[in-house]
Design a protein around this ligand. Structure first.
Ligand code: ZN
Ligand code: ZN
Length: 141
């Protein structure tokens, strides 16, 4: 078991195993919600146990973002409709050393702010390429 927690400890997250891969997103919603770049560890929902006081925000027609009610730490992003409903994208900062996961994908890479870049040779997917294959509602807000 792998245990994670928010800043204050009011929310705990337990995983049955450590995901090996980490993805990053620079879309407008992820940037505003995370404060910079959103990273996620994708896990099947049935491999995750969550305890504590959690609030969530329906950030699009098909997804929600959750945080600790006490300290405000970002906890996860997940789809509540559509084909990815069984997956939860946990914030890597909940876990020591981000469970050792490696960055394997950067989406909305062409929307990364001018002042920083993520190092590495992982695939960088543009907004146009991402939205060709995935539902997205950034401009609908
Ligand atoms: Zn907390
Ligand atoms: Zn995003």
């Amino acid at each position: 078991m792998i245990d994670g927690r928010c800043l204050c400890g009011a929310v705990t997250v337990r995983l049955t195993h450590a995901p090996a891969e980490l993805s990053a997103c620079h879309c407008d919603m992820c940037r505003r919600w995370s404060g910079s770049v959103q990273m996620g560890l994708a896990m099947p929902v049935d491999a995750v146990q969550i305890a504590g006081s959690v609030k969530s925000y329906r950030s699009s027609s098909f997804s929600e973002r959750a945080w600790c009610e006490v300290c405000g730490s970002a906890l996860w992003l997940r789809n509540v409709e559509g084909p990815d409903v069984g997956t939860i994208e946990l914030c890597p900062g909940l876990f020591d050393n981000a469970v050792g996961a490696r960055l394997v994908r950067e989406v909305y890479a062409d929307r990364c702010p001018d002042g920083y870049r993520l190092a590495g040779d992982h695939p960088r997917i543009s907004r146009a390429d991402y939205e060709r294959d995935h539902p997205f509602v950034e401009d609908a807000r």
